[in-house]
Design a binder for this molecule. Structure first.
Ligand code: SF4
Length: 524
C-alpha cells in the first residue's frame, strides 16, 4: 500500500521509501486483485497472518472499512442483548452473518456454497481487507485496540465454533498447530480417563467432541489439571480447543496492533487522504448516530431541571455543578452545550439558560463578551458557521481529562473509584448494583458500566436495554423512550434487529475533528 513518502505494508511495517507520483489514483473499477492464497484455502477461517497485496481505490477502502465496522458493531450489540451462545444469540448471529458476512460461515455450509465463485472470492477479499483497514484505524489508543480485539475475537470465536472438524484440522495445521480429532473408538477406550481428567459427569464424554494437541500448546489446561495428558499429547474437549485457539488469535492480533502503533507516525504524509478517513472510522466506533440538534422538540430552559433525570451521569454532573456554582469551565461548557443543543434546546434558550446562571457571578457585558460568542459558535452562528454535533462517549472518554475545578469528562473514566461509588449510590442504586458497575469500570468497560447504570436506574435486567450506550444523547433518547413507555425490555429484540439494520446505513459524517481549536479545546 502506497502511503506517499513512506511505503507501509498492510501489517504496518515500513518497507521502503518510494516516490510519490501525484494525486491518488481513485479507480472507479477494481483492478486486478491478488489474493490467490486466500482463494485456494478450503476454509473461510482466518488468522489474518498474511496482509492483502491488493490495490484498491479510496472509495473501496472507505466502503470496506465501514462494512467491517458495522458488522463488528452489530456483533457487540448482539452480545450485549443475549446470553452468549444461547439459542437467541446463535440465531441473531446467523441472521446477521447471512445478510452481512456470508464468509463468516463454514465453507461447507449452504449460506456459503450457494454463492458463485466470484462472490466467494469477493467476500474473502473483503474479509481480509476490512480486517486490515480496521487495524490501521484502531491501533491508535488502548481503548480502540481493546474494542477491536474484543470484537474481532467474538467474530473469530463464532466462526471457529461453527467450523467442521475436517476444516478446523486443516486450518490449524496450515497455521502450524498440530491437532487431531479423537475418533469415537479412541474416545470410547479412554472414556473413564477423560471423564476423570475433565471432571465430566457420567455420559458427558460420549456426547463431547475431543481433540488431541501437543502438550506444549495446552500448558494452561495442564496446569489447571483440566485435560488428559498421555505420552506428550493433551486430550481436550472441543470447547477448550476453541479457548486455546482464540487465545492464540488474540495474542497475534494484540501483538500486530502494538507493532502497528509504533509505525503510525509513518502515515503523517497521509494527513489529507488516509488519516482523516481512519480517524472518522474509529470515532464512530462508539457512536453510530450523529446528534446535532432538533429544534422541533420544543425544549425550553425551564424544562432542563426536570429533564436532567434522563441525562447520563456525565451531563447530570455538569448540570448540578452549573446550578451550584453558577459557572462551569470551558471543557464542561462545550460538552454540556453541545449536548443540550442536540436534545433540542434552541440557541435563544441556551443563551438565556447560561446567562441566568453566569450572571449570578459576572455582569451581563462580561457574559456576552466571554461566553456568548462560544455558545453562538456551537450553534453555527459564528466562526466557521458549522453545525457542530454533540460529543460521543468516545470523544469524551479520550478527550482532555478534567483537571482541578473541571467537571467535564466521563465519570466512569475520570472520577476516582470512591467518588464514583458514592455518586452511584446517591442515584438510588443498591450496593450490589454499584459493585457490578465498579467491576466493569475496573476493566475499563465504561460503555458497559454506563449501560448497566441506565438499566438499574430503570428497573431493567442486565442487558435489558439491548444495546450499549455509546453517546450521551443516545442515553437521553433511550431514557425518554423508556419514560414514555415507548421502549421496554420486551421491545429489546425488535430494537436489536432494527439497530443491526440501521448500523448498515451508518455514514461517516461525525466530523468532530473539524471543530477549530480556538473554540473546542478537546484533545482527540
Ligand atoms: Fe456520559 Fe458516555 Fe460516560 Fe455514559 S459512558 S457517562 S454517556 S460519557
Amino acid at each position: 500500500m502506497d502511503f506517499g513518502k513512506h511505503k507501509m505494508n498492510w501489517a504496518g511495517n515500513e518497507v521502503r521509501r518510494v516516490r510519490r507520483t501525484g494525486p491518488v489514483d481513485i479507480k472507479p473499477e477494481r483492478e486486478a486483485i491478488k489474493v490467490s492464497v486466500q482463494e485456494e484455502q478450503p476454509y473461510n477461517l482466518q488468522f489474518y497472518r498474511k496482509p492483502p497485496t491488493t490495490d484498491i481505490s479510496l472509495e473501496e477502502f472507505e466502503t470496506t472499512a465501514l462494512q467491517r465496522f458495522n458488522l463488528l458493531k452489530a456483533i457487540t450489540d448482539i452480545k450485549e442483548s443475549h446470553k452468549v451462545y444461547s439459542d437467541e444469540f446463535v440465531k441473531a448471529m446467523e441472521s446477521l452473518l447471512s445478510k452481512e458476512f456470508p464468509v463468516g460461515f463454514s465453507a461447507r455450509r449452504g449460506e456459503w456454497n450457494h454463492l458463485n465463485r466470484k462472490d466467494q472470492r469477493d467476500w474473502r477479499e473483503k474479509d481480509l481487507i476490512g480486517h486490515y483497514i480496521l487495524r490501521l484505524a484502531f491501533a491508535k489508543t488502548p481503548e480502540d485496540r481493546k474494542w477491536l480485539i474484543n470484537s474481532e475475537m467474538e467474530l473469530f470465536r463464532f466462526r471457529f465454533k461453527n467450523e467442521t472438524k475436517e476444516l478446523t484440522k486443516k486450518f490449524l495445521r496450515d497455521n502450524s498447530i498440530e491437532v487431531e480429532p479423537v475418533s469415537s473408538t479412541e474416545r470410547q477406550e479412554l472414556s473413564e480417563l477423560l471423564e476423570a481428567a475433565c471432571a465430566f459427569i457420567p455420559g458427558q464424554v460420549e456426547c463431547t467432541d475431543f481433540w488431541k494437541i501437543k502438550f506444549t500448546e495446552a500448558s494452561d489446561l495442564i496446569r489447571k489439571r483440566k485435560c488428559l495428558l498421555r505420552a506428550g499429547t493433551a486430550y481436550l474437549p472441543a470447547d477448550d480447543l476453541q479457548i486455546i485457539v482464540t487465545g492464540i488469535f488474540r495474542t497475534m492480533l494484540s501483538g500486530s496492533l502494538a507493532r502497528l502503533y509504533k509505525h503510525l507516525p509513518n502515515l503523517q504524509d497521509e494527513a489529507d487522504r488516509i488519516l482523516p478517513l481512519l480517524e472518522r472510522i474509529s470515532k464512530n466506533a462508539y457512536s453510530g448516530k450523529e446528534y446535532s440538534g432538533d429544534n422541533a422538540n420544543g425544549i425550553t430552559r425551564h424544562m432542563i431541571d426536570a429533564l436532567s433525570a434522563e441525562f447520563p451521569l456525565c451531563m447530570r454532573t455538569i448540570h448540578q455543578r452549573l446550578r451550584a456554582d453558577h459557572h462551569i469551565k470551558h471543557g464542561a461548557r462545550q460538552q454540556y452545550g453541545l449536548f443540550l443543543k442536540a436534545i433540542g434546546l434552541p440557541l435563544d434558550e441556551a443563551m438565556a439558560f447560561m446567562r441566568e446562571e453566569f450572571t449570578k457571578k459576572v455582569d451581563a457585558e462580561k457574559f456576552e463578551k466571554q461566553y456568548g460568542y462560544n455558545i453562538r459558535h456551537q450553534y453555527g452562528k459564528e466562526g466557521r458557521r458549522k453545525d457542530y454535533p454533540a460529543l460521543s462517549c468516545q470523544a469524551i472518554i479520550l478527550g482532555a481529562p478534567p483537571s482541578a475545578g473541571d467537571c467535564h469528562g466521563c465519570p466512569y473514566k475520570h472520577t476516582d473509584p470512591k467518588g464514583l461509588q458514592s455518586r452511584l449510590i446517591s442515584t438510588g442504586l443498591t450496593q450490589e448494583q454499584v459493585e457490578t458497575i465498579m467491576t466493569l469500570v475496573k476493566g475499563a468497560r465504561y460503555d458497559k458500566a454506563c449501560t448497566r447504570q441506565f438499566e438499574y436506574a430503570r428497573g431493567m435486567a442486565d442487558g435489558g436495554l439491548g444495546t450499549l450506550i455509546t453517546h450521551p444523547n443516545q442515553y437521553y433518547e433511550m431514557a425518554t423512550q423508556v419514560r414514555d413507555g415507548k421502549r421496554t425490555e420486551e421491545h429489546t429484540q425488535l430494537m436489536v434487529s432494527q439497530s443491526v439494520d440501521d448500523s448498515t446505513q451508518l455514514e461517516l459524517k461525525h466530523d468532530v475533528t473539524a471543530i477549530p481549536e480556538d473554540s473546542m479545546d478537546i484533545d482527540y
